[in-house]
Design a protein around this ligand. Structure first.
Ligand SMILES: Cc1cc2nc3c(=O)[nH]c(=O)nc-3n(C[C@H](O)[C@H](O)[C@H](O)COP(=O)(O)O)c2cc1C
Length: 314
């Protein structure tokens, strides 16, 4: 059974990212840096409650991803609890509750970061999940709706309701992704909680990881991972005093990119897999000489063989 408090620190985590952190990408990250804790894309607790097979299939994972954490979102405690049971029955090591998504579609329906405005409901949700499953329940949130004045109370509520880990993105919901992530309020939360606290926001290098870790139990990385999944290995290496081996040229990145594409095809079939691979490919060639031309070809790619040919003859 996963015990967040007993894992070696600092924790390095891959952030949940809808449309990106599917099983193929998570496996890729684990193959580069095995100590990374991986989170799924968020999945609707309502859909899991109503037994949507399509939603359930979004939670497919490989044993290699363990300890795998599945993230769910919603607003009804009973649906969250049922969804947490589904997550547990699938063999995930933990279930994470989304209380931070600022997308208007999500917030207007009172999901995601809207729960920051409603700590009573948020508490009921955490309690319902903690009662429903044996695997640890965790929460991911933001600093607040428009400032961090209620953050300490919210954090204490999360812990008191039974969560075993809290992750905080250092922005408010209003900020969306604007400005710079502020870690100062997260360090304050860590001082008053017993459960581990992970910080999140704008970590894009091993140096930044070391600069921001402060008193925290770990840091979570989102957007930077999509262009540079090697960042996790870079951090692992830096923490253990080894030299970093992040590849700089497309040639050096080739074997990893092809491994990603193969994992994608294995998980989703060639047609859908390569379609979904296009956005990753466009990111992987960012900054390359001739990137524009290369990207134009890669965003039309349909088969693995085509990809190999384009990258190898580049
Ligand atoms: C495309 C995209 C999808 C995201 N999807 C989720 C999600 O499903 N659940 C969640 O809690 N956060 C989600 N986030 C937020 C990230 O987990 C993370 O908190 C945020 O990107 C800040 O970290 P970063 O600066 O390292 O990217 C998403 C972010 C992006 C860019």
């Amino acid at each position: 059974m996963l015990n967040w408090s007993k894992l070696p620190k600092p924790l390095i985590a891959l952030a949940p990212m809808a449309g990106y952190t599917d099983s193929a990408f998570r496996q890729l990250v684990k193959s580069l840096a095995p100590t990374t804790i991986v989170f799924s894309e968020f999945v609707s607790s309502d859909a899991l409650h109503y037994k949507s097979q399509k939603t359930k299939s979004m939670l497919a994972f490989s044993k290699k991803e363990q300890p795998f954490i599945a993230q769910i979102f919603g607003k009804k405690p009973a649906h969250f609890a049922e969804a947490a049971r589904v997550v547990e029955s699938l063999g995930a090591a933990g279930v994470d509750l989304n209380m931070g998504c600022p997308a208007r579609k999500v917030v207007n329906s009172l999901h995601g970061s809207a729960l920051l405005k409603n700590p009573k409901l948020a508490s009921e949700i955490v309690e319902a999940c903690a009662k429903a499953v044996k695997i640890p329940v965790s929460v991911k949130t933001r600093l607040g709706i428009s400032d961090s004045r209620n953050l300490l109370d919210f954090a204490k509520m999360v812990e008191g309701s039974g969560a075993k880990l809290l992750t905080i993105h250092g922005r408010t919901a209003k900020q969306m992704y604007l400005g710079e992530a502020d870690f100062a309020p997260i360090y304050e939360v860590k001082k008053i909680l017993k459960i581990p606290v992970i910080g999140n926001g704008d970590i894009d290098s091993a140096d930044k990881f070391l600069a921001k870790i402060g008193n925290l139990d770990g840091l979570m990385i989102g957007r930077a991972a999509v262009t540079n999944p090697w960042i996790f290995r870079e951090i692992e290496n830096q923490l253990s005093g080894r030299n970093s081996r992040t590849p700089k040229t497309l040639q050096a990145k080739l074997s990893t990119i092809l491994r990603h594409a193969k994992l994608m095809v294995r998980a989703k079939g060639e047609q859908r897999g390569m379609l979904e691979m296009r956005k990753f490919l466009a990111n992987y060639v960012k900054g390359e000489a001739g990137a524009k031309k290369l990207r134009a070809k890669l965003v039309l790619i349909e088969t693995l063989a085509e990809l190999e040919k384009i990258l190898k003859t580049k």
